[in-house]
Design a protein. Sequence first.
Length: 576
Amino acid sequence: MRRFFGSVRSRAALGATAVVALALVGAGIAVLMVLQGNLDGQVSLRAEVEAREVAGRIASGVAYDRLDLPDADENPVQVLDERGRPVAVSEGLNAVNGTAAGSGAAGGGENRGKGGRPEDRAEDREGREDEDADERADPGEAAGDLQDGEDGEDGEDSEDSEYSDPEPGKSSDEAHISSSTATVEGESGDYRFASVEATTPSGTTFTVRAGSPLAPEEEAVGVVRNAMLLGLPLLLLVVAGVTWLVTRRALRPVEGIRGEMAAITSSTDLSRRVPEPDARDEIARLARTTNETLAALEAAVERQRRFVADASHELRSPIASLRTQLEVGVAHPELLDVGGAVADTVRLQQLAADLLLLARLDAGEGPKQGSRVELAAMVRKELGQRHHDRVPVATGLSGPPLEVAGSRGQLARVLGNLVDNAQRHAAGEVRVTLRSEDGWAVLEVTDDGAGVPPAERERIFERFVRLDDARSRDDGGAGLGLAIARDVVERHGGTLTVGDAPAGGAAFVLRLPASRPASRAFRPASRSAGTAEAAGTSEAAGTAETAGTAESAEAAGTAEAAGEAETAPAVGRRGS
């Protein structure tokens, strides 16, 4: 049972069926109520029309014993005198509410209107004449009754006036509707009766009660109710089945996506893709998004595999060289190349530090929130620490001081990698400039070397990529410097591109969102790195470290300290 209701199709079918059931039950009850109300109105209207028709004939002067009353099977009619005694009834009407329809106070028999016996009608008239004579013989009693009526309260007078008899020759405008049980030809049933008063031209008032059977109404309502009770379950079954089929058809692509994803997971073949439906609905968008995710995952895994392979290849050569030198030193100590062993060790340390930094960047490490760096001061400090560059570095720091949000160590690492790359390719000039441009801090490193071919200007930022003229591991680095620089810059919300320098070499342009400090003294500077300013020299002297110490700091995992320390020595590192 839990498995059944755990299906989306089952829940959708059950929910749709429940909603439709509630709607149909409510609508059915409303329809039955409206139908019953309309039928009640029609029954009451038929009874009132029949009562007014008979009352109109009485008001026009037709004697009650000469009335042509309708058959009791259709509309039973009963005519009552002023004392409430029936004086005429329809043929076949036996009783109303258990009281004989033709019984009278004076021992009268049944009066059947025009169809009654003459002797019965004569006896009835004689009885009525005797009663009128008794009323005339006792005028005091009538006067007393009138006096009592006059002494009554105002409320009673007004109530009597509301139900006063109609004028001679007219019938009452209002009809009293009531429900009663009548016996017609020995069979009892429910009827709706309408009572209308009529006064003869001579002043005698009669009450006409005409009924209409409720059985046809009850039968019609019962038929409709039974039809609903029979049709509602069938309709709910149809709704449940259609919902099940439609939901199953709609979710069929989802099952295909799930099955393909399960197959991809078990086979670890990320080149496979889930089927995409032709429809432009949510499931099609889900399939496209899933395929995009698989493509990104495949690219990431492939990049990781290539990274591991390239890293292993890069590490193999220095390790093999270092092992060879140590083995020679063990066999022939006098032939041990200590300097070469140290250089290979430093290279291994630098490569390990680069790989560690790339791993951190891939893991999502970014600059700390709230940290800010003044670029001009950072450039002066980092260039002031470079004492063994092949080509002097000229600076052009124009405009007011610029601050950017980010990590000082990581941005210094970017500057160091760009300057290292320029040093390796420059013929005789390397220049670092800083300016503000439309809310951006623009740091540009240019050289006068051969430049970068347009077709290679994006590929050089890939990991372990070295151009043909830089494949020698003795002259170039591992091909990670520019890749690290671009990753760091993108983590800071900036861009790093390469173009043509005015001197004909390469121009690496770094753009970062800038904000000006509130107030700070500005000192323009333009000097070579070989003639570092006193402040830079003092800072460099105060933080002087060897290459091995700096790289050890980074390998130990101190991100900020490693970033700053690595920019000072450039021994053996070259960008792509």
